[in-house]
Design a protein. Structure first.
Length: 403
């Protein structure tokens, strides 16, 4: 009767009755007092499981250190390991991960290694390491990955002063710190799985539910992590898959829309500005924000050539200058904005050279703090961000279509 269990195509497998066995013929130079043949039951009659269950025995006997005369895989660098794996056409894998995978995944992992071993009678130590999955990638903490990310992408802070550069990096660093606080400080990024990313997502959703922050802020944390890991993996670990690739929070109706100012509030702000203890520069920036839509930092970085008050229609120019290496967002963010508000125009005439007291790196921070304190006191729940969108709100209300 024909055996219903076909033997898998491998030199290390034998079928006895209905059970598969691992068979290893011990080379003469390794034999000593050992058996000529080593048999180990695989405890299965399913040919699909054979390759998976042979993995540990292949590690123990076929790919062991004695095969290469006592040299060990510890003499092989991880870089050499990756290069050799590519040469022998074996995707890098870790031997102890084989049995954790599904049958199909396990076969995909170890199958090419068995083929490579059969084709290389006397493998070098690097080839043994590659074929046997004998080396683990050095542990990479998320904070190490962030440091590597900064080294790989210095252009992200190109042209920024030290204060702004630190602030730019901080958004990524805060996401890294938050993940480490929630999931563990010493987690190896190279061993992160999809489930880890989704576990962190679940924690973020709970914190959104608890009112700690909005879902937009949670998605930004996921986004910064995705960018950091993608950059490092693409450069240093191309075989790795980014576990955050498709992880996002959706379907949470918690968006906090910007609240527009009504006429009563605008009149009250004007009145309070006049008697406020804020600096005259801060009062001028607030007025300009209302009349131009420009942000505080955009206004503080104006230089004399950007302030054109003697033109037929006075205007300011938002563009590159000695203080501003590039305009955030580029494109239409480069603009010339007319000053049509008499109060704002009158106030700006006092600063033809710009707001020189705020030209240092900490200047925008000081200005934003002053404006924040003022708006919190006068109109709780609203800020200068909404106030400077006053012109945009009026245009929308008029039915004006923006070009």
């Amino acid at each position: 009767m024909k055996n219903p269990h076909p033997t898998p195509n491998t030199r290390y497998c034998r079928l006895r009755r209905i059970t598969y066995y691992f068979l290893y013929n011990t080379p003469a130079h390794r034999r000593g007092g050992a058996q000529r043949q080593i048999w180990r039951s695989l405890n299965t009659s399913d040919p699909r499981k054979v390759v998976v269950r042979m993995g540990p025995f292949i590690q123990e006997f076929v790919l062991s250190e004695g095969l290469i005369g006592g040299e060990t895989s510890q003499d092989v660098s991880y870089t050499e390991y990756l290069e050799t794996a590519k040469k022998v056409k074996v995707a890098p894998y870790e031997a102890h991960d084989v049995e954790r995978q599904s049958v199909q995944e396990s076969i995909a992992m170890i199958g090419p290694a068995i083929v490579a071993r059969a084709l290389i009678p006397t493998p070098s130590k690097a080839e043994v390491a590659a074929i046997g999955g004998a080396l683990e990638a050095p542990a990479l903490t998320l904070k190490d990955a962030f440091s590597r990310f900064k080294a790989l992408h210095p252009e992200k802070v190109f042209g920024l002063n030290p204060v702004d550069a630190k602030r730019k990096w901080r958004r990524y660093e805060e996401a890294v710190d938050d993940f480490c606080d929630q999931m563990g400080q010493d987690i190896d990024v190279l061993k992160l799985k999809n489930r880890d990313a989704f576990d962190y997502r679940a924690k973020l959703v709970q914190r959104v539910s608890d009112g700690e922050f909005k879902s937009d802020a949670a998605n930004k944390k996921l986004g910064w992590l995705r960018i950091v890991i993608k950059a490092v993996f693409e450069s240093d670990y191309p075989e790795q898959r980014n576990p955050f690739e498709k992880v996002k929070i959706t379907d949470l109706d918690d968006d906090e829309k910007r609240q527009a100012f009504d006429e009563t509030e605008v009149k009250n702000i004007r009145k309070e500005l006049a008697r406020s203890a804020m600096s005259d520069e801060a009062k001028t920036v607030a007025l300009l924000g209302e009349c131009t839509g420009a942000g505080a930092k955009e206004l503080l970085l104006l230089l004399p050539d950007d302030i054109c008050l003697d033109a037929p229609i006075p205007y300011i120019r938002i563009g590159e200058n000695k203080l501003r290496a590039k305009v955030k967002g580029g494109g239409s963010r480069h603009r010339e904005v007319p000053i049509v508000c008499p109060d704002a125009l009158s106030a700006l005439r006092n600063y033809p050279n710009g707001f020189e007291k705020f030209h240092d790196p900490q200047g925008p921070t000081r200005m934003n703090r002053a404006l924040s304190d003022f708006f919190k006191k006068v109109v709780p729940g609203k800020g200068h961000y909404s106030y400077r969108h006053r012109l945009d709100d009026l245009l929308k209300a008029s039915g004006c279509v923006r070009p």
